[in-house]
Write a protein that binds this ligand. Sequence first.
Ligand SMILES: Nc1ncnc2c1ncn2[C@@H]1O[C@H](COP(=O)(O)OP(=O)(O)OP(=O)(O)O)[C@@H](O)[C@H]1O
Ligand SMILES: [Mg+2]
Length: 428
Amino acid sequence: MLLRHAIPRRICARSLPPALTPWISPFNHPRIQRRGAATEGGFGATEPATATQNDLDFSPKDDIVSLAEKELHKLSLNDLIRFGRPPLPAQALLKSARFTREALPIRLSRRIVALRNLPYIIVSNPHISSIFENYQHSLRTILSFPRNHPTTLAEELDFTELLTTIVQTHQNTIPTLARGFLECRRYTTPIEVTTFLDQHLRERIGTRLMAEQHIALHLASTKSPDKLDSENLTNLVNDSYIGCIDTALQPAKIIQSCASFVGDICELRYGVRPQIKIDGDPDVTFPYIPVHLEYILTELLKNAFRATVESGSTTPVYITIAKNPYREGISMRIRDCGGGIAPENLENIWSYSFTTFDEDEGRNDDVLGRFNDAAGGADGSTIAGLGYGLPLSRAYAEYFGGSLTLQTSYGWGTDVYLKLKGVDVGAL
Ligand SMILES: Nc1ncnc2c1ncn2[C@@H]1O[C@H](COP(=O)(O)OP(=O)(O)OP(=O)(O)O)[C@@H](O)[C@H]1O
Ligand SMILES: [Mg+2]
C-alpha cells in the first residue's frame, strides 16, 4: 500500500544538502561556542533521575529500546557506492531506499535512548529537549513508512521527500546541543560532555550521510527539470559523483576554496590574511565526500590562520598533499609557524568546548555572550571560539578509517596530519 505522507511539496534541489548544497560547508557549518566552566557535578551525580516517558512525551518506550538494541550497521564508504553509479536503474534505487528505511530507525532510536539517559536536568534544558523532540519526531516519521517499502518509484519519491524533511529538521543539531550543554555546564563536567558529544556526533555523521546519500542518488537517477534547477542539474550530471562521493575529488581545489573563505573571516577579524602554499602533489585526486573534507580543512585552516596572525608570523601556511601509493587515500600536512600550543593546553585541545580564543581579552566569564557573538555574526562565521573544531574534525576523519593528529613545537608552530582513506570505486 502506498502511504501518502504529510509532506506535500516535491523535492526541491535548493532544499537539499549533500553533494549539491553542502550541509557543512564553509558557508554553513556548525557554529558552536566556547568552553563552559563546568567543574562540578556530573552525569548521574547531581541529578540521578532520568526523564520519564510522561515527562517528555516519548513514543512507546519498548519500541525505541528494542530498536536501539539492534545491531548498528557501521556505515562504510563501500555501502554508499554499493547500489552503483547513477543514474541507477529503478530496482537499485528502490534497494537503496529500503536499505535506508531499515537502518535509520535503529540509528535514531540509539540517539533517543542516549539523550533520554542524560540526567533529567540536562535533557529538560530547552535546547537539548528540542533536539530530543526532533529525534522522536524523525523516528515517528520514518516509522510511518511501511517496512520493506518502497516498492514502486512513486513510493520512492514519497520516501525521498520524507528523508529530505528529516535531514532539514536536524540542520542545527550541533549548535543547539552546544548551546544546551553550555547552559548546563554547572551540572556536568567537560569530560562527560565530550564523551556524550563524541559518540553522538560520530553516529550523527553516519546517520546523516546515509539519508543524504539516498537523496543524492535519487536526484542523480531521476533527473527531471521539474525537480531540479539547472545549476544543480549541472552538478548531478557530473560523472565523477556517486551520490555524495566525488570519485575524482581534488583536495587542492578544496584547500583553495576553504583558504579563501577562512582568509575572508580572518581579514574581517584581524585586518590581515595569511598566505597559503600548496606543495607535494597538488594534482592528486581520490574518491571521497567533499563536504567532509571541506569541513575538516576549514577548521584546520581557521586554527592555522589564527595562530599565524596572533603570533605576528608572516610565514605562509604550507599544505603538503601526498597520495598513498598503496591504496586509494591521501595524507596532508598543514604546517603553520604560529607559535605552537602551550603544554598546559595540549591535553585539552581534543575536548569539545575547549578554546583559548580571546583569553587575553578577558572575556572568559561571559561564555554565553560569546556564544551569541560567534553564532550571531552577520555571516555566521568566526575565526575561533567554540572549541569544536579539532574534536569534530577528528570525528569526521576517523569516521571512514582516517586519522587526524597534531604535533606542536611550542614557541615555533604546529603540524597537523590528516590521513583519509578513499573508497575503491574501481569495480563500478
Ligand atoms: N594550529 C594551531 N596553533 C596554535 N594553537 C592551536 C592550533 N590549533 C588548535 N590550537 C589550540 O587548540 C584550541 C582548540 O582548537 P579548536 O579548533 O578545537 O577550537 P577553537 O579554534 O578554539 O574554536 P572553533 O574551532 O570551534 O571555532 C584552540 O583554541 C587553540 O588554543
Ligand atoms: Mg578551531
